[in-house]
Design a protein around this ligand. Structure first.
Ligand SMILES: [Zn+2]
Length: 436
């Protein structure tokens, strides 16, 4: 039986050398456990013995979400990457993900405790702790954002009220009656609360609820500084982006501290992080942008090795933060699937959208249709005209100039007739690549 090592106390305040020693000491046991008990990784490694030290981790092949999905489909319900006996599973979550195929996530007792310790560490840095009463309003049904994030909130020492979704009227009463001081919710939820307050609680302003801290996660939007400022002014609370995680690896392992706008990576005793560009390792240094690849250093049920998160991040700080913590800071810049490299410049749809939205002649709908597998020296963009607008060469040129000055890349813009692009519910696909 595997005795998964637990959290290291005050790990976030330990300097990099000390943190690295913790990681190096955890690797041999963890990788030997994976090699012995994970049929998935044994098959992936094809008889190759994992390296004895963490320094040589780049010798091992990557794993990714597609592989896990296929493995769970073939070896349900937990996949052949379940390394423990199924009787060791203490908690099961299901996540739907963006493609709609549910994944089963299994946690042992040790996995659950380590998850809560790391999540609690991140939330403490965001300002939550003893003396706070925090209401958790994410969905508790199956999803990790519910119960597991509840346990993360509890790990800070705060008093946690398990509310879940819906019934906003009663939530407002509950906040007032219990003297709740913090809320954990999605970035879009305050607007719902504001509407219900205006409709059913005449004279009560958002600020009157007395919330001091807003912990947000589960949706994009918080990188928009105007949006954050408006929330802080309306509600009188501190806004923190406090819930970044990768569902197959760990529910919540990064969040903003009180003194930095970037996210502290708090899971260094639970996992080893790498940055890669395609298959090539990148230096772990300030300013590096690459896909985040994670390897569990302590995980009993579904340990992962060199797992591609699909998230592209920029490492923004590896020294000591003003808050006193040494844990590295990062910014999530987009999904690797959506990134297009144009003459060495990483371009994400969010940047394209910002340019497109600056033109009232355009509807805001656009797509990037890549003609071949690359490399690209220009960005091919199809942008849809707004109602009543028509094609014109000067408009095309002025959009192309805007791309050059805002993004720095040369764009080749094609204008499409109004309403010619399909509208989809949920996440719209923006980048189209030729079939391999
Ligand atoms: Zn900090």
């Amino acid at each position: 039986m595997y005795d998964a090592p637990g959290p290291v106390p005050d790990f976030d305040f330990r300097p990099p050398g000390e943190a690295r020693l913790v990681q190096a000491s955890r690797w041999p046991r963890q990788i030997a456990y994976v090699a012995e008990h994970s049929a998935f990784y044994r098959a992936l490694w094809r008889g190759r013995t994992p390296p004895a030290t963490l320094d040589a981790i780049a010798e091992m092949p990557f794993s990714d979400k597609e592989m896990l999905r296929a493995d769970q489909a073939a070896h349900g319900p937990f996949g052949s990457y379940l390394a423990s006996d199924s009787s060791r599973i203490n908690r099961i979550h299901r996540t739907s993900g963006t493609t709609g195929v549910a994944m089963n996530i299994a946690l042992s007792r040790a996995d659950a405790l380590l998850t809560a310790a790391v999540g609690g560490r991140a939330l403490r840095a965001s300002g939550l702790g003893p003396g706070h009463r925090v209401v958790h309003t994410l969905n508790y049904q199956l999803w990790m954002g519910g119960l597991t994030d509840h346990m993360n909130l509890e790990a800070t020492g705060a008093t946690v009220i398990p509310y879940g979704v819906g019934n906003t009227d009663r939530l407002i009463h509950t906040i007032r009656e219990l003297g709740i001081t913090a809320i954990s919710c999605t970035p879009s939820y305050p607007a719902v609360l504001e509407r219900v307050l205006a409709e059913k609680f005449p004279g009560v302003k958002p600020r009157d609820l007395g919330l001091k801290l807003g912990l947000f996660g589960g949706e994009a939007g918080l990188d928009n500084l105007d949006f954050r400022r408006r929330l802080e002014e309306t509600w009188g609370f501190q806004v923190r982006n406090a819930n970044y995680g990768v569902s197959d690896v760990m529910s919540l392992f990064a969040g903003q501290c009180e003194l930095s706008n970037d996210l502290h990576f708090m899971g260094g005793d639970a996992m080893f992080a790498e940055l890669v560009d395609g298959d090539a390792p990148l230096p772990w240094a300030d300013g590096t942008t690459g896909e985040l690849v994670l390897t569990h250093l302590s995980k009993e049920c579904q340990p992962l090795v060199r797992f591609r998160s699909g998230d592209v991040i920029t490492l923004t700080g590896t020294g000591r933060c003003a808050c006193g913590r040494w844990t590295p800071r990062l910014r999530v810049v987009g999904r690797a699937d959506d990134m297009v490299v144009v003459r060495g410049l990483n371009v994400f749809p969010t940047a394209v959208a910002a340019v497109v939205n600056g033109f009232q002649e355009l509807s805001g709908e656009y797509r990037i249709v890549l003609p071949h597998g690359g490399p690209y020296d220009r960005l091919p963009i199809e942008a849809e005209l707004a109602e009543g607008q028509s094609q014109s060469a000067p408009l095309t040129e002025s959009i192309e100039r805007a791309f050059k000055s805002v993004i720095g890349a040369t764009a080749e813009v094609t204008l499409l007739a109004p309403h010619s692009l399909p509208r989809t519910e949920g996440k719209t696909r923006r980048v189209f690549r030729p079939k391999a």
